[in-house]
Design a protein around this ligand. Structure first.
Ligand SMILES: NC(=O)c1ccc[n+]([C@@H]2O[C@H](COP(=O)([O-])OP(=O)(O)OC[C@H]3O[C@@H](n4cnc5c(N)ncnc54)[C@H](OP(=O)(O)O)[C@@H]3O)[C@@H](O)[C@H]2O)c1
Length: 254
């Protein structure tokens, strides 16, 4: 396993939830971490909380100039190198199939899928030098069917497919590509998608606990550990690593 100390890691969507927790995890292990997100205040607050080994860069992953700024900042912060792109920024959009808004659909594919592809292209020359990796974030939504969640689930299915194809495409350059597939973790994503206030979103997720084989929802730290495995594992590529407490098993007591 590759040591994390001294690695340069870019985490999109690092201003909250899983991204912020993962940034904290890698800073603790001695990496130079760069976090990005659209809300400058969030990015600044998280970067200063984590100290000098974490740098923030505000930006939107759907905007080309912002993506270039994210890569440039990470390379600069990392002393000229980039070891890992954690393409973590994501949004949720849900709705019945006959009531979907086309622009919202395009927006969610832009953020969740297209942006990560474009960032991977920009990161490629740097990752080739370090024999680094890209990690996407899928979801248990590809394993469990949540009626009304087709837009979000479709973007996550696309990321799982991309993981395999890009692992094959970038393998000859020594670049590994992986994907984590989390179960339910309490973060801002559900509130941001308009699924109730923080308390309602938390209660809804807690209610999902019993659907997990292990009987509870997960923590941000547990997802960060999965990211760490894929960043460090030198002979692992093209994999989707499930870290979901058994939610995807679809436990059925009959
Ligand atoms: N929580 C779960 O149960 C769960 C389960 C499976 C997968 N996931 C995935 O995990 C990833 C992280 O989500 P989370 O749960 O930690 O939710 P979160 O706290 O809402 O984090 C998502 C982050 O993405 C950023 N973001 C969204 N759109 C962006 C854009 N256009 N440009 C730049 N940044 C953008 C947001 O910051 P700004 O709004 O400031 O830009 C936010 O900090 C997502 O890909 C999500 O789909 C989460």
């Amino acid at each position: 396993m590759r040591p994390v100390e001294g690695m340069s890691i870019l985490i999109t969507g690092g201003g909250s939830g899983i991204g912020a927790g993962t940034a904290e995890h890698f800073v603790r292990l001695g990496a130079k971490v760069t976090i990005s997100g659209r809300r400058q205040d969030k990015i600044d607050a998280e970067a200063s909380r984590m100290g000098p080994n974490c740098r923030g860069v505000a930006g939107d992953v759907t905007v080309d100039t912002d993506r270039r700024k994210m890569i440039a900042t990470a390379v600069e912060h990392g002393g000229g190198r980039l070891d890992a792109l954690l393409s973590n920024a994501g949004n949720m959009y849900r709705g019945p199939i006959d009531q979907l808004d086309e622009q919202e659909l395009l927006n969610i594919f832009h953020t969740n899928v297209v942006a990560g592809m474009m960032l991977t292209g920009l990161a490629k020359p740097y990752l080739e030098q370090t024999k680094g990796c890209v990690v996407f974030v899928g979801s248990v939504h590809t394993q469990r069917a949540f009626p009304g969640a087709s837009p979000y689930a479709a973007t996550k299915g696309a990321l799982e497919t991309l993981t395999r194809v890009l692992a094959a495409e970038l393998g000859p350059a020594g670049i590994r590509v992986g994907c984590i597939r989390p179960g339910a973790v309490f973060t801002e994503i559900n509130q941001r998608a308009g699924l109730g206030d923080a308390d309602a979103a938390y209660q809804r997720l807690l209610g999902l606990g019993s659907a997990h084989a292990l009987g509870r929802i997960g923590t941000v730290e547990e997802i960060a550990e999965a990211y760490e495995y894929l960043v460090r594992a030198e002979w692992t590529t093209g994999n989707v690593l499930t870290v979901d407490g058994g939610l995807g098993l679809g436990v059925t007591n009959a």
